[in-house]
Design a protein around this ligand. Structure first.
Ligand code: PLP
Ligand code: COI
Length: 399
């Protein structure tokens, strides 16, 4: 039965090592991948982590502290006509001129995505909507006055690194290889203008759950003193500065016993925007679900977009509209709001149990995981790992 789901609609096609999963009803124009048009130089790691050490570490990888043996680097120089010199080699420190403009003016962007063990045996590996990460990477680049990276080069770098480090993909439940593509201004220049030289890099980190509390509901802190992003700012771009701005409020949240911070809009300090690294969904007892709209101050999450589709498939009504903190508190208290979900690549789908602020706390539903959150999480993870049919053509198989 499960096999039938995995291998229903004929053999997947292959271009440059990435295969669209054709087990599903494909979108009318499936994304095709061709070779990236640039050869990668391979430098063999002289001393990769011994397999027994690696496997011991993979049993409990945590989040973001364990790294694989290799990394990808691609250089950019305006004077040389753009991107050149793609290398996959041993992961290690890099040298940077102290005047590199990223160190002064923060011209930097990144992405976050995962390679999953797929199917019954877990021997195959899959990506989830990687073309969306490639697209968002270039949107972020545009906002930060950085050059765009051809999508197929971005995808080819992912394929090359996962192929080199495939033994690093954890097999534990909920485990995945977190991929972190990033780009920064490397030109040594102190004037304030877009740099002419950049480095694109890709590193990989085997991960388990993002929250130490595992699947339990998280407690979040409402940041009243600080905002994350303002209209016209960089909130919709995945750029380091947004995360730097979240650190002090995040520390305040932790000091108040919370796991994450929720940010309000910068103008009225009234509308709920998102968490430091996750989007939000509010679930009502009448089957209505509200999520804040993409007005330029929040990150357009790929998990958010996927959940909107999955919720609608479940027959729920999803509305992208402004949602106030007062409404949230009132409806959680009167019981009409039954669940709140936080979602993102790192956190997957995590229930928000309690919301705390200097004005006091309120609890959502039972304070634990709700029915919709649990169902959606199972469905999303099922699609990502090949246990649920991918009817959207979201899964990209890796050779
Ligand atoms: N919001 C922020 C600020 C994030 O950093 C992330 C994580 O990437 C998300 C939302 C969720 O985005 P995605 O679902 O694409 O991972
Ligand atoms: C992700 O979900 O990929 C992110 O970048 C969020 C970050 C907090 C790890």
């Amino acid at each position: 039965m499960r096999k039938a789901i995995l291998r229903r609609a004929g053999s997947p096609f292959s271009f440059g090592g990435l295969r669209q999963n054709t087990d599903s009803i494909l979108p009318s124009a499936p994304t095709r991948f061709t070779r990236a048009g640039m050869d990668f130089e391979h430098i063999t790691h002289p001393a990769p982590v011994p397999s027994d050490e690696r496997d011991a570490a993979l049993a409990d990888p945590g989040f973001g502290t364990l790294f694989t043996d290799h990394m990808v680097t691609i250089e950019y120089d305006e004077a040389k006509g753009g991107w050149y010199s793609a290398t996959i080699g041993p992961r290690g420190p890099i040298t940077l001129d102290p005047a590199a403009s990223v160190l002064h003016y923060a011209q930097e962007i990144f992405e976050g995505m995962k390679a999953y063990r797929y199917g019954e045996t877990g021997e195959e590996l899959a990506l989830f909507r990687p073309e969306q990460n490639a697209r968002r990477f270039n949107k972020s680049a545009e906002r930060m006055a950085m050059p765009s990276l051809p999508e197929k080069l971005f995808l080819e770098s992912i394929r090359q690194l996962v192929a080199a480090d495939r033994a690093w993909v954890p097999s534990i439940p909920g485990g995945a290889l977190y991929l972190r593509p990033f780009m920064f201004a490397s030109e040594a220049f102190l004037g304030v203008r877009p740099a002419k030289q950049y480095k694109y890099m890709l590193i990989a980190s085997p991960v388990g759950g993002y929250f130490k509390s595992g699947h339990e509901a998280v407690k979040i802190w409402v940041s009243q003193d600080y905002v994350r992003a303002a209209p016209g700012g960089t909130g919709a771009a995945k750029t380091g500065g947004n995360y730097a701005a979240s650190l002090v409020p995040q520390a305040q949240g932790i000091a108040h016993g919370c796991d994450q911070v929720v940010f309000l809009d910068a103008v009225e300090r009234k509308w709920v925007e998102e968490l430091g690294g996750m989007n939000l969904f509010f679930v009502y007892d009448d089957g209505t679900v509200i999520t804040p709209p993409l007005t330029g101050t929040i990150l357009p999450g790929i998990t958010r977009d996927s959940l909107i589709a999955l919720l609608r498939e479940e027959g729920l009504t999803v509305r992208e509209e402004l949602y106030s903190l007062d409404q949230w508190r009132e409806d959680a208290t009167n019981g009409t709001l039954v669940e709140t979900m936080a979602c993102g690549t790192a956190a997957v789908v995590t229930p928000v149990g309690t919301v705390a602020s200097p004005d006091g706390e309120f609890t959502i539903g039972s304070g634990g995981i709700g029915q919709i959150t649990s169902k959606l999480r199972e469905k999303l993870v099922g699609i990502q790992t090949g246990k649920v049919a991918d009817t959207h053509g979201w899964v990209m198989m890796l050779d």
